[in-house]
Design a binder for this molecule. Structure first.
Ligand code: UGA
Length: 457
């Protein structure tokens, strides 16, 4: 068994909370700090507050034992060897990341720092943030030899966050000091030595056999750039296949065949080549804008990223045009919408293309009945039900008597829907699929008029 290390995680959002319970699962002792008292109370009581596979099980296992929740950052700083900052870095009006939460946490840590600590950036931050954190701590009177600041970006995806954290493709540790790098290497030792994978898994259904992930030691600046560049590259891949799907639509080619054909080239790879209504979520839109802004500030022309954003925005407009092409006029049409979350298996609606499309459809005078397995509660807060918008209790309730059904999120349960029942429920059997969840020939056999993305109908 590797050595247990005392770790504080500041921020209990997707990254912070998942990191906290996973570090406990790896054998460490964790204090999870959040300044929101209600959140802390909920977590102490076992409520994860977010929909994330396997998180409830791990929280139940470790809450108030190997993971304690508190609002007291000073105490956590005194007690722990490493302090991970996992607070939000929202997008500011100019497109830059707003780092005020990170700065506030750094200053608060500085005020209680009396013995050597390693402060770890886990939030997605622009290059040079490490230096700014160091300066902020020094400005608060802390001697340089009392701390190091390390960059350890997180690559987990929402929906598969726990599995991604414990079975990562790679771990990146950006440290400019050997002492700090050694501590971080120790924290991840259960994964990198493979020892964790020999233990019985606490997460039912997750195979614990894994190749130990490589840990890449880099400079702090390289690690910061790796995170932004990774997300930007994935966004490029999605916008690329979206643009190709438009070309396929114009030529009656099939984007699925094209994606398979290019993805089999190991230099390209098969993943992230699913076309759709554009990427969303709390990461890609914000990180592409922030990376573009970093480049601009450094005087570097990274115009490719603006093009990526342009293609992403145009995917929604193209989808709307597709709905219009199927229904002729939109005013007064009754539409069923399946999916509100920015992708399947999550209740997160931040920057969700599905929500944008619902708003656009309402703006066009449609009446929408929307269903999502997990995201209705969150959506209702932003987009209350009204004369033109109703939240349905299930997919068939949404489809009831609708002029067409639109698929906007790739939930697995939508792909498994009973097509005969759906056919009987809709007023007109028209399905416009923004996520390519169905096989066009199967839809045709069931009698649907079926439009999808980049595939002949
Ligand atoms: C993304 C990255 O995948 C993670 O590696 C990263 O850690 C995370 O951002 C972050 O920076 O925190 P996430 O936003 O959870 O993770 O979701 P993804 O699964 O990457 O999907 C992002 C968006 O792209 C979704 O709207 C999804 O529907 C869309 N997408 C994804 C496509 O349209 N096509 C694809 O082929 C893949």
């Amino acid at each position: 068994m590797s050595e247990a290390i005392s770790i504080a995680v500041v921020g209990s959002g997707y990254v912070g909370l998942v990191a906290a319970v996973c570090f406990a699962e790896m054998g460490h002792d964790v204090i999870c700090v959040d300044n929101d008292e209600r959140k802390v109370a909920a977590l102490q009581g076992g409520d994860t507050l977010i929909h994330e596979n396997y998180l409830p099980e791990l929280l139940e296992r470790y809450r108030n034992t190997k993971v304690r929740f508190t609002t007291d950052l000073a105490e956590a700083t005194r007690e722990c060897e490493a302090i991970f900052i996992a607070v939000g870095t929202p997008q500011s009006e100019t497109g830059d990341a707003d780092l005020s939460y990170v700065e506030a946490v750094a200053c608060e840590i500085a005020r209680s720092l009396t013995s050597y600590k390693v402060i770890v950036e886990k939030s997605t931050v622009p290059v040079y943030t490490n230096e700014w954190i160091r300066r902020a701590i020094e400005r608060n009177g802390v001697a340089r030899e009392l701390f190091d600041v390390v960059s350890n970006p997180e690559f987990l995806r929402e929906g598969t966050a726990v599995v991604d954290f414990l079975h990562p493709d790679r771990i990146v540790v950006g440290a400019d000091s050997e002492r700090a790098a050694a501590l971080l290497n120790g924290i991840y030792a259960p994964l990198t030595t493979g020892e964790y994978y020999t233990r019985p898994s606490h997460i039912e259904g997750v195979c614990n056999v894994a190749t130990p992930p490589p840990l890449l030691n880099t400079s702090t600046k390289s690690a910061e750039i790796i995170k932004h560049a990774s997300n930007a590259f994935l966004a490029v891949k999605i916008s690329f296949i979206n643009a190709v799907s438009n070309l396929c639509e114009a030529t009656d080619a099939n984007v699925e065949q094209v994606a398979r054909g290019i993805g089999l080239d190991s230099r390209i790879g098969p993943k992230f080549l699913r076309p759709g209504i554009g990427y969303g979520g709390s990461c890609f839109p914000k990180d592409v804008a922030a990376f573009r802004s970093v480049a601009e500030q450094l005087g570097i022309d990274f115009g490719m990223l603006s093009e990526v954003e342009k293609i992403n925005a145009s995917q929604k407009k193209r989808f709307l045009a597709k709905v219009r092409s199927a229904l002729w006029t939109l005013r007064g049409k009754r539409l069923a919408v399946l999916g509100l979350a920015f992708k399947g298996e999550t209740d997160d609606i931040r920057e969700s293309p599905a929500i944008d499309l619902v708003e656009m459809l309402i703006g066009e005078g449609c009446t929408v009945a929307a269903y999502d397995p997990a995201a209705i509660k969150r959506t209702e807060q932003e987009l209350p039900a009204g004369a033109q918008l109703r939240y349905a209790t299930d997919a068939f309730d949404a489809a009831n008597d609708a002029d067409a059904l639109l698929v906007l999120t790739d939930w697995a349960e939508f792909a498994a829907i009973d097509l005969d029942k759906l056919y009987a429920t809709l007023r007109y059997p028209i399905v416009i699929d923004g996520r390519n969840l169905f096989d066009p020939s199967v839809m045709q056999e069931h009698g649907f008029t079926y439009l999808s993305v980049g595939r002949p109908s």
